[in-house]
Design a protein around this ligand. Structure first.
Ligand code: GLV
Ligand code: MN
Ligand code: MN
Length: 326
């Protein structure tokens, strides 16, 4: 299938590392722009660098992102763009647009800077979790996306000699940060989750007592009250926060009607769909089963060709409905 081959082509750019606004993300956008033109879409790029392949009068958008985490998987984001282009090619007269938003993983940055919003948005995405695999179901309908709060916490100590400074005389910023990492973990009450996934140590030298450490906190919860509670329990100041959002309106209804018996899921991962929904755009998300136990944000991320085929069929049918009533 064309979709699988295109995912391979995108993955070959940067070998699974396409950071937002990097030359690798640019190259992925260039490749997708060519595919959009082949599908009969007119390509426009907005001020944030978002790529939009559109037809005259397009008020329904579908798509996702082409950036990745470092050493990420083949499907996260890219699947939603490639599948959207395929659906557009199958609906040559439908007034729709395919979007590839910039820098989803580090923001989302591109979708937050949109100056024009569609009337409806649909995003197809790999589940990135084990629910569908465990249920033996190829597809799932997303009902809501968990809220997330992100921020940096800085620990100040004093640089000193690693060989001559007695243990009692140290102000070691990394030891304080290590206690904090454990505190973050202990602050969580599931279904909320929290992660310290990045850390910067200064001066970051083996023989110097760490003087300053910055840790990145990522906290998420399916409801706003749970997110407030988690932020308070951790005790940090989020630099960014997006509240949980519901999928709704015609895009959600179309998916729900096409897949009446498919599992309903809350997405723990953030998506461009979250930004559009938060901006008031009626939005729906279709999940395709992750294999390998649902691993994601790593090269072992996997979905099957058969499941993706089904997902593209459903996406196409949903878009046909949305653009017909438009
Ligand atoms: C996006 O992949 C996220 O971090 O949820
Ligand atoms: Mn993604
Ligand atoms: Mn991701």
């Amino acid at each position: 299938m064309m979709v699988f081959g295109r995912l391979d082509e995108l993955y070959a750019i940067g070998g699974g590392t396409r950071r937002g606004y990097s030359p690798e993300e640019d190259a992925a956008h260039d490749l997708a722009a060519g595919w959009m033109r082949e599908a009969g879409l007119e390509v426009v790029i907005d001020e944030a660098g978002n790529l939009l392949g559109r037809r005259e009068g397009a008020r329904v958008w579908t798509g996702s992102h082409l950036d990745s985490v470092p050493n990420g998987g083949k499907f996260d984001g890219a699947l939603g763009v490639v599948a959207a282009i395929e659906a557009a090619a199958r609906l040559p007269d439908a007034p729709l647009a395919v979007a590839a938003f910039r820098a989803e993983e580090t923001g989302p940055m591109g979708s937050k800077r949109l100056t024009e919003l569609p009337q409806a948005f649909l995003e197809l995405h790999i589940e990135q979790g084990p629910v569908l695999e465990r249920a033996g179901e190829p597809l799932g309908v997303v009902t809501a996306i968990a809220g997330q709060a992100r921020g940096a916490v800085v620990f100040e100590g004093r640089a000193d000699h690693a060989g001559t400074t007695p243990m009692s005389a140290r102000e070691d910023a990394l030891v304080e940060a290590a206690r904090f990492v454990l505190h973050v973990r202990e602050s969580v009450r599931e279904p909320a989750v929290a992660t310290v996934g990045a850390i910067e140590v200064e001066p970051n030298a083996m023989n110097v007592v760490p003087a300053r450490v910055t840790v990145a906190v990522d906290a998420r919860a399916p409801d706003a009250a749970g997110l407030d509670e988690l932020i308070a329990a951790i005790g940090f100041e989020p630099g960014s926060r997006i509240d949980p959002v519901a999928m709704s309106g015609p895009p959600f209804d179309a998916l729900a009607e096409l897949l009446p018996d498919a599992p309903r899921l809350v997405s723990g991962a953030g998506h461009d769909a979250m930004v559009l929904a938060a901006a008031g755009v009626p939005t729906g998300m279709l999940f395709v089963r992750s294999l390998n136990g649902g691993v994601s944000h790593c090269p072992e991320e996997l979905s099957s060709e058969e499941d993706i085929d089904l997902a593209v069929d459903v996406l196409t049918s949903a878009l046909a409905r949305l653009t017909a009533v438009d």
